[in-house]
Design a protein around this ligand. Sequence first.
Ligand code: GLA
Length: 352
Amino acid sequence: MTITKELFGNIDEETPVYLYTLKNANGCEARITEYGGILVSLTVPDRTGKPGDVVLGFNSLDEYLKGHPYFGAIVGRYGNRIAKGRFTLDGDTYTLAANNNENHLHGGLKGFDKVVWQSAIIEGEDGQTLALSYLSKDGEEGYPGNLAVKVIYTLSNDNELKIDYEATTDKATVVNLTNHSYFNLAGDGAGAILGHEVILNADRFLPVDAGLIPTGELRPVRGTPFDFTQPSTIGARIDLDTEQLRFGLGYDHCFVLGGEGSSVSLAASVYEPTTGRVMEMYTDQPAVQFYTGNFLDGSTVGKGGTAYEHRYGFCLETQHFPDSPNRAHFPSTVLRPGETYSSHTSYKFSIR
Ligand code: GLA
């Protein structure tokens, strides 16, 4: 694997932002920028061998700076929602931005998706990897503790994009990191993702209230439109008139993964019948937010010049449960000094 570096744009005169291109031996390519740690493009072959970009995004830094719904970005310090932007830890109450109606979403007004990460190319055993790091200051976006974060992107020769996250703190805090890529295995801008066949190795999901905050229940998927334990197209049940699909405007829910402790296992598998592309997702995280691009409305025009209409991409955001800081019975997202947060997710591509 080799990595090249070029200028992507400038935030201001002192802040150039670079773009890295990771290439493997099969010609697969991932482009990642220091701004937000964003995965800008990911090119993998279809069943005829033709390469295609399978993630949504833009060609220029300026377009990312104008604002977008977290395309390809690293999300933190806390991915997804914290109810009413408030939580209590060790007796102290912390107030965060209410940037999603009355709730806190994806780390706040300027989350990890909007900061410039430090970057370095690391020589590893199997070639080069891209290391991004960021120091989130004590009090930034209301969170306690200086949090040192590192994210490593690796593109392996078996067409697997691996993302490894690590963080340490000097004061107790909460951490929940993820990557917010929007996939379309038929190709970026190729249309709605309703024909993709999805398997999720999740036998429970978290029902939400109208503000998309989990109610606290872990509900079995069996017999509901949330059962993806057998392959089902995204579109088969997405518009059924049930309360949970109404609240989510489709799928925008946290699925509970069975994986024990920290072992990495297959969490999801997605197949796109027209191109034959398959994406398998492996993770050690306790959950995945399955989001079907329900808020996309055609107002942003992407890399290929097409407007991203309703449901033109889907996300599989591996993470802890939303609102865990306020839910004692959810797996803990607390990180204390001396501990290391670590999380691993990979997206592996093949054809069928
Ligand atoms: C996550 C959330 C969604 C939405 C998107 C970004 O997937 O769960 O509700 O906020 O991010 O638009």
